[in-house]
Design a protein around this ligand. Structure first.
Ligand SMILES: C[S@@+](CC[C@H](N)C(=O)[O-])C[C@H]1O[C@@H](n2cnc3c(N)ncnc32)[C@H](O)[C@@H]1O
Length: 155
C-alpha cells in the first residue's frame, strides 16, 4: 500500500465505516456482492464481497480482490446480486458497467459524497447516468459528512 493509501485508510477509515454501517442497515445486501472503487476494502470488513479498485490499496481488502477499473469490469454480464460504489462514482465514466454486471432484479447502491448545497444536483447527475436500472430508494446523509445514496434496481 502506498503512502497516500495509508493516509486515506488512517484518516478516512472511521468516516467511511460509519457510512458503510448506514448503507448496510438501509439496504441489507444478500447473495454475491461487488464493491467497485473499494479502496482498502472497508465494506469487506463487514460482509463477504468481491472488491475491485484501480489501486493496489485493494489488496488490503478481505476476501476476493481484483485490481481493475470500474469502467471495464472483468466479470460476465448478470453476475452479481448487489453492486456497491462508495465515493468512487465520480471517477467512473458512468453507471453502465456497474449495471451490466448486475443480475436482473439486482441492486445498485451508489453512495457519493457531496455538499449540503449540492446534494440534489449530485443525486440528479447519478440518476441521469443510469441506463438499465431504475431508482427505488434515495437517502441523504448529513453525518459523518454530506452524502447522497441512490439505490437502483436492474430492469
Ligand atoms: C474516495 S476512494 C473510496 C474508497 C472506498 N470505496 C471507501 O469508501 O473508502 C475512491 C476510490 O476509487 C478508486 N478508483 C478511481 N478510479 C477508479 C476506476 N476507474 N475504477 C475503480 N476504482 C477507481 C480509487 O483508487 C479510490 O480507491
Amino acid at each position: 500500500m502506498g503512502i497516500c493509501d495509508r493516509i486515506y485508510e488512517r484518516w478516512m477509515g472511521e468516516v467511511q465505516r460509519r457510512k458503510i454501517e448506514f448503507l448496510l442497515s438501509a439496504v441489507r445486501p444478500e447473495g454475491l456482492v461487488l464493491d467497485v472503487g473499494a479502496g482498502p476494502g472497508f465494506l469487506s470488513e463487514y460482509i463477504p464481497v468481491v472488491s475491485v479498485d484501480v489501486s493496489e490499496a485493494v489488496l488490503s481488502a478481505k476476501g476476493y480482490k481484483v485490481i481493475g477499473s470500474g469502467n471495464r469490469l472483468p466479470f460476465k454480464t448478470g453476475t452479481f446480486d448487489f453492486v456497491f460504489c462508495v465515493d468512487a462514482f465520480h471517477f467512473l465514466s458512468g453507471a453502465g458497467e456497474l449495471e451490466r454486471v448486475l443480475k436482473h432484479g439486482g441492486k445498485l447502491v451508489i453512495s457519493q459524497f457531496t455538499t449540503r448545497y449540492d446534494e440534489g444536483k449530485t443525486l440528479r447527475e447519478i440518476e441521469k447516468s443510469l441506463e438499465s436500472a431504475r431508482p427505488v430508494d434515495r437517502f441523504f446523509l448529513r453525518d459523518p459528512e454530506p452524502e447522497v445514496v441512490l439505490v437502483a434496481e436492474k430492469i
